[in-house]
Design a protein around this ligand. Structure first.
Ligand code: ISL
Length: 600
């Protein structure tokens, strides 16, 4: 364990980021849609949670085909959410509370209603013709290549006026920008500076690793898009140029959303020496349950699958790179339904998952509602699917894969993006306290029981509610340098199995097949002539079944339990409460269903 340089920690490493989906966070003007004033009224809630930065989904003018990820004016706020002045006021108020603000810039594509695209499609001669990716049809009139959109449709749409196809990796209403055009690159830098001048502390950059396409736009022929339109040849230089043009006297953070990113690209984009991104949002840890055809086909997964992916990425992005850590967002289902146990162990599984994720090395990005254990929406009918990606997936399964409507809804309902876009549940009152009007999407029926107000009981203990636990967890993370800066040593799934001599007969903690996810975080710092080493052990049983775990290597260490999620405290060895004994090698730890503990 090498002595780690105790660096001054940048704010975007030290602080958790709270991810707000504005449309569903809080409605202040009674139109059933969340807005900026609603966010401003709730900033103190975010401050109490312990997040010192927020990332807000796009609030710019948009036809809302993809809920704001189709921007028609980057320099104005959509009236749905308020005014430009509201956003400037929100930023000021957040700063007053010590909260930094990241805006969500959708730079890979615009809306088809953006003036640039409208000008480019009104025939030749417009200076905006080359702002997008136009190609002539193939000789037989077919699209220029075999690329597919991420939304289960072709990636090309023929435009009659121009007699050409244009590229859109998402919906036809989201034409891809041509970043090869230096004019486009200049425009995007100007937009970033418009918001930096208004106080933005950085940006989340939507699918930023797709802005460079391989020259010639070669067909994939079934191969991976890596190097073609994901992590294309100019992604790094384009990001470096964008960053070099940003004008600010503050330490800003650029958080890149990078689907399907490779480890080498992730290291390259976040290596400080490259002055490109500070953080990348990874995906592999949220794809262990994807089947061969992707997210719309479920696959059984194991704790080993999950722990393996995490250990791999922790290794890939070890210092000097820096990872992000997140459990869900507006594109993913609710984590307590996806990886947890939302019926029988909702509080336990929500807190155990948060513990083994947010105490890893990297920046936690907490998505609105996960901190109170919000779960998936009970989707039964295709009529309840409002999200374009999920709707397209359903139609594709019925029309192309020939599934029955019931089979298709069964495939889509667990992963549909609508699951995480239901209104934030503030109280058990009308519409979950989200709005006086009927919300744009119905609240999850469980809001009567699962809401902020019912969980604001933290004066009792961290284990009183998911919310109280999240507050304690984020506070714990900030209080140990080993958790902020330490390395990551995987221990899980441990070589689980009968300890020597095995558990006593009739023991209700039989050795299980690796449902325990555990790791160490270590940091040693020079204190005068002595070296001070801190070791944190994080362990959780990610299953509904009790587990026995032969915790290795840390035998002989003392240690204090500093966090646990069962109200009666850690019971790793029922008859022995002294952690030292509990740490002795060969003494199997007994972890109850979804029980987690942190030992320092
Ligand atoms: O998670 C996904 C990949 O399986 C997709 O849901 C998602 O579209 C992808 O991660 C890119 O997401 C971003 O760009 C999209 C927008 O729909 C998403 O909401 C945004 O997060 C296009 O702008």
């Amino acid at each position: 364990m090498l002595p780690w340089p105790m660096e001054h920690l940048s704010w975007w490493k030290e602080s958790a980021i709270y991810h707000i989906y504005p449309r569903s966070f809080a409605d202040s003007d009674g139109d059933g849609i969340g807005d900026l004033k609603g966010i401003m009224d709730r900033l103190s809630y975010i401050q109490r949670l312990g997040a010192k930065a927020i990332w807000m989904g796009p609030v710019f003018r948009s036809p809302q085909v993809d809920n704001g990820y189709d921007v028609s004016d980057y320099r104005d706020v959509d009236p749905l959410f308020g005014t430009l002045a509201d956003l400037e006021h929100l930023i000021e108020e957040a700063h007053r509370l010590g909260i930094r603000v990241l805006l969500d810039l959708v730079f890979n594509h615009t809306s088809d209603q953006h003036p640039w695209f409208r000008a480019a499609t009104e025939g030749s001669g417009s200076r905006y013709n080359d702002y997008y990716v136009w190609r002539d049809p193939a000789p037989d009139g077919a699209p220029p290549n075999d690329w597919r959109s991420f939304f289960s449709i072709p990636a090309w749409t023929f435009h009659e006026t121009r007699g050409q196809y244009y590229l859109h990796l998402f919906t036809p209403e989201q034409p891809d920008l041509n970043w090869e055009n230096p004019e486009v690159r200049r425009e995007m830098a100007d937009i970033a500076n418009f918001w930096l001048a208004r106080g933005a502390d950085g940006f989340r950059l939507d699918v930023i690793n797709m802005i460079s396409k391989k020259p010639g736009l070669p067909s994939l022929g079934g191969a991976s898009p890596s190097g073609i339109y994901v992590d294309g040849p100019q992604v790094l230089p384009y990001i470096q140029e964008l960053r070099s043009r940003m004008v600010t006297n503050r330490e800003i953070a650029l958080v890149g959303e990078t689907p399907r990113i490779t480890p080498s690209a992730a290291r390259s984009y976040t290596d400080p020496r490259n002055a490109a991104l500070n953080i990348v949002l990874l995906f592999d840890h949220l794809e262990v349950d994807h089947g061969p055809s992707g997210r719309w086909e479920h696959r059984a997964w194991t704790t080993g699958d999950l722990a393996g992916v995490i250990a791999t990425w922790q290794q890939h992005l070890a210092a000097p790179s820096w990872p992000s850590i997140y459990l869900s967002n507006h594109d993913q289902p609710r984590i307590v339904s996806r990886y947890g146990s939302d019926l029988d162990y909702r509080y336990q599984s929500a807190t155990a998952l948060a513990t083994v994720f947010y105490l890893q090395r990297g920046t936690p990005v907490v998505y609105q509602g996960e901190e109170i254990g919000m779960c998936n929406f009970p989707l039964e009918s295709p009529d309840q699917i409002m999200d374009v990606e999920s709707k397209n997936a359903y139609l594709d399964l019925v029309e192309s894969a020939k599934l029955t409507p019931q089979e298709a809804i069964e495939r889509v309902r667990h992963e549909a993006r609508d699951n995480s876009r239901t209104p934030m549940q503030w109280s058990g009152r009308h519409n979950a306290g989200f709005s006086d009007a009927s919300p744009w999407y119905p609240p999850n029926p469980d809001y009567h029981e699962w809401n902020v107000e019912a969980q604001e009981i933290c004066h009792e203990a961290a284990t009183s509610s998911v919310l109280c636990y999240y507050r304690a967890l984020l506070a714990l993370r900030r209080s140990y340098d080993a958790l902020l800066q330490g390395d990551y040593v995987p221990l899980a799934p441990a070589c689980v199995g009968a300890s020597p001599g095995g558990p006593p007969p009739g023991d209700d903690f039989p050795p299980t097949g690796g449902t325990v996810f555990a790791f160490l975080r270590r940091l040693s710092s020079q204190a005068g002539t002595s070296q001070l080493s801190t070791v944190c052990l994080v362990a959780a049983n990610l299953s509904d079944v009790p587990a026995s775990w032969n915790q290795p290597t840390v035998a002989g260490l003392g240690g204090t339990f500093v966090l646990w999620n069962y109200p009666d405290g850690p019971r790793v060895r029922p008859q022995d409460q002294s952690p030292a004994r509990a740490m002795a090698k060969g003494n199997p730890w007994r972890l109850r269903p979804w029980e987690c503990v942190v030992l320092v």
